[in-house]
Design a protein around this ligand. Structure first.
Ligand code: AMP
Ligand code: GLY
Length: 427
């Protein structure tokens, strides 16, 4: 039977989800932006604010959806999964209560404490900004300052890395945040492990390293993610034996504590000299990490979705064994002062063997144009990170000079620096 799948969301991540299922189902999609890549793959596309749970549910009914995949955290926070489940359309994505794992950073840490999830840093929660500032003054060491709500990865400030304590206090006092988490600064290398979760079951995918800083050499402000890589196996070059498994143990413990959780569980880890610690959990695929993961997933993604919906165990996952390198092209000036309106100079043909994923772009009669957020990504695949990187760079050669790319992502120099960093920390 052909399943009818509704995809919610219109970014690069959702373009990757669309490509992973389009051949195996009747695909309908809705998002607030018209993503040209998703529109071409889908049998139907509707412009709907993805946080309007009622409108999404109405569209699911109109297209006769059997199940839905929810891409963005904003939709989960708005209760889109709840609204779809309510009308009998299985949503692969947690309901708002379980999505608090991502949408409320105070809840996330308190949950880890109560459920005894390994890898939780020392933390404190404040409802009073002056009390938080006093805590910063009295703390012996560096802290990460984290507003509790969703900030697109851009709200966290790390003392001793991005800001001084004085700057952190000024940041809090100038903000309108009324609740913040302060937690011990974790030092190491970050990596992500994403798992498919349903019916108390979990299947993990290869580790990915994202690059949050805007500029080469990990300089500049944080972004939603400038690009990411994965290796041929489950682990990454700077990880030691047992690190990947330790991360999986954390995800396992979360699922055990939240048996009704469904969807993607994304663990962001800091690999420290004491092993992986939890930076955060997300309740959905990463963007860009979905673009590393789904192209190398050999198991049809639709089989994961239907097994989840039908209440059974999830299928064992098989991967192609290729390394991947994903690089985003962003508007010049992103993220602080983005210059929108450049014509996108690459298309699905011109990228050759690489894959092209559209994100925040605007399709007009005469072409596709950048907006103020990340524009498009390319993914190279190969039998090594270096080969995948070279394929991604070939595809980006024609990208033009009104978009900016972190060319260092996946290059030998940067990968080697990560390995040396971990070796130093572990000495
Ligand atoms: P989050 O929104 O929690 O993912 O935080 C965004 C980024 O801030 C993370 O990817 C890390 O680079 C950094 N960060 C968050 N928490 C910590 C921490 N406790 N120690 C060091 N860096 C952190
Ligand atoms: N790439 C980080 C995120 O999706 O949250």
């Amino acid at each position: 039977m052909t399943e009818t799948v509704l995809l919610v969301g219109g970014g690069g991540r959702e373009h990757a989800i669309a490509r992973a299922v389009a051949d195996d189902c009747a695909l309908y999609a809705c998002a607030s932006n018209r993503n040209p890549g998703i529109r071409r793959l889908a049998d139907g596309f509707e412009t709907i604010d993805e946080t309007d749970a009622e409108a999404v549910a109405d569209y699911a009914t109109a297209v006769g959806a059997d199940l839905a995949v929810i891409g963005p955290e904003s939709a989960l926070a708005a209760g889109v999964a709840d609204a779809l489940d309510e009308i009998g359309v299985y949503a692969f994505g947690p309901q708002a209560e379980e999505a608090r794992l991502e949408t409320d950073k105070a809840y996330q840490r308190e949950f880890m404490d109560e459920a005894d999830i390994p890898g939780c840093p020392d933390y404190a929660v404040f409802d009073d900004i002056e009390a938080a500032c006093d805590y910063i003054d009295g703390y012996d060491g560096d802290l990460a300052v984290k507003p509790v709500g969703l900030t697109g990865g851009k709200g966290v400030k790390v003392i001793g890395d991005q800001v001084t304590s004085e700057e952190a206090k000024a940041y809090l006092r100038d903000s309108d945040y009324d609740r913040v988490v302060l937690e011990e600064r974790l030092v190491g290398e970050e990596f992500t492990v994403q798992a498919f979760v349903a019916n108390g079951d979990l299947r993990t995918t290869p580790a990915v390293q994202d690059h949050k800083r805007a500029y080469e050499g990990d300089e500049g402000p944080n972004t939603g993610g400038m690009g990411s890589y994965s290796d041929t196996g489950l682990s990454l070059p700077f990880m030691a034996e047992g690190d990947y498994e330790a991360a999986v143990d954390v995800l396992d413990a979360v699922v055990e504590a939240l048996p009704d959780y469904k969807g993607v569980l994304y663990g962001q880890f800091m690999l420290t000299d004491e092993g992986p610690k939890v930076v955060e959990f997300n309740a959905r695929f990463g963007d860009p990490e979905a673009m590393n993961t789904l192209p190398v997933l050999e198991t049809p993604f639709i089989d994961v979705l239907t097994a989840a919906r039908d209440g059974g165990p999830l299928p064992e996952l098989a991967f192609t064994g290729e390394a991947t390198v994903c690089k985003y092209a962003v508007p010049e000036g992103y993220p602080t002062d983005p210059d929108a309106g450049a014509k996108v100079a690459v298309d699905e043909e011109s990228v050759g063997d690489a894959l092209l994923y559209y994100a925040s772009v605007d399709e007009r009669d005469d072409g596709i144009y950048t907006t103020t957020s990340r524009s498009f990504a390319v993914v190279g695949r190969g039998d090594s990170v270096a080969a995948a990187e070279a394929q991604a760079e070939d595809a980006l050669a024609a990208a033009g000079d009104r978009v900016r790319i972190r060319h260092d992502i996946g290059k030998a120099d940067l990968v080697e620096r990560r390995i040396e960093h971990m070796a130093e920390l572990r000495e």
